[in-house]
Design a protein around this ligand. Structure first.
Ligand code: FAD
Length: 297
């Protein structure tokens, strides 16, 4: 019997699970085990099992900012996504479980004439991943609308207010300290439904025009360097369309490395390192990866 069958049903446990099925990059070898907890109790008990048995674990949401090694992940991937994605409304506060997608939350906000979340409607992740990364677009960041985050810290449920999350550009205390996001309160303002819809449509139009959304990727490969743009620097370094194996620097947006169909993690890392070196040599600017890289090296 698998040790997780004490707390999860068989349908929630996946053995030797290909991580390419759980990342938007569609890259990654097998995880020893992937589990899909549905409740807070299951999350806590599964983590206890990992710790008691000295098993490495890693929490993911939609895998939209994730690059997993070709050799996969030795340990347990805890995926907080469907079935841990409840969205509830209390006046202008939206209470969500961490597996809720940003697009589903944006829809709830729109349905209830709440403004302030339009910027996030096209970001393809969960609120759990979004809060960790302080995801943002079109002048907005999650830190602008987060009231409170319930996390699991050392197996204790703790509530952090906005300030205590220590949000930074694509970073937070939650990411740095590897806390687990369980539930989030989002505070929005009453707005005009037509205006909310128009803003979401406009943002998504720009996104579809400017980003290579038709290819698998993990979004922007690099963070924005101070007062500059990674995509612009990579383009000016002459790297649009540069390909290594199945990984390619998108001609549509040089800030994105895309998977042409058969890219490996190694291809992506080699191409990212090449772009970094070229940008450093040409402009003396260091690029830092935004995508999270995990798994056996
Ligand atoms: C086409 C495309 C466009 C994108 N556009 C944008 C954009 O405009 N702006 C932007 O900011 N990002 C963008 N991204 C990146 C990505 O969508 C965001 O970073 C998103 O917030 C990641 O959420 P996720 O659920 O997929 O997280 P994952 O990729 O699963 O995980 C990302 C990180 O969060 C951690 N994490 C996930 N869930 C939890 C949890 N419940 N508790 C603790 N830690 C957790 C993981 O351990 C990992 O470190 C884009 C990606 C793609 C593919």
């Amino acid at each position: 019997m698998n040790i997780f069958e004490k707390v999860l049903s068989k349908e929630q446990i996946f053995i030797n699970e290909p991580m390419k099925k759980h990342t938007t990059f569609k890259i990654g070898g097998n995880a020893d085990i992937l589990i899909l907890p549905y409740t807070l109790e299951q999350i806590i008990e599964c983590i206890q099992i990992c710790e008691q048995n000295n098993i490495e674990y890693y929490v993911i949401g939609n895998g939209s900012n994730l690059l997993v090694s070709d050799k996969g992940f030795r340990g347990v991937i805890i995926k907080l996504f469907k079935n841990f994605n409840k969205i509830e409304l209390d006046k202008n506060i939206i209470k969500v479980q961490s597996g809720a997608t940003l697009s589903a939350i944006a829809k709830k906000a729109y349905d209830n004439s709440l403004k302030g979340f339009e910027f996030a409607s096209g970001i393809p992740g969960t609120i759990g991943g979004g809060v960790c990364m302080n995801a943002g677009a079109y002048g907005g960041e999650l830190k602008d609308v987060i009231k409170q985050v319930t996390v699991l810290e050392d197996n204790k449920v703790t509530i952090l207010n906005n300030k205590e999350c220590e949000f930074e550009y694509r970073n937070s205390k939650i990411l740095k300290n590897k806390l687990i996001v369980l539930e989030v309160l989002i505070e929005l303002e009453q707005g005009n439904k037509d205006e909310i819809l128009a803003k979401m449509k406009e943002n998504n139009k720009i996104r579809n025009e400017k980003q290579p959304v038709e290819y698998p990727s993990a979004g922007s490969t690099f963070k924005r360097p101070p007062n500059n743009f990674a995509g612009k620097l990579i383009m000016e370094a002459g790297l649009a369309g540069k390909t290594i194996g199945g990984a390619c620097i998108s001609k549509k947006h040089c800030g994105f490395i895309i998977n042409n169909g058969n890219a490996t993690c190694e291809d992506v890392l080699e191409l990212a390192d090449f772009a970094c070196k070229q940008v450093k040599d040409k402009f003396n600017i260091n690029l830092e990866k935004e995508i999270r890289v995990i798994g056996e090296s």
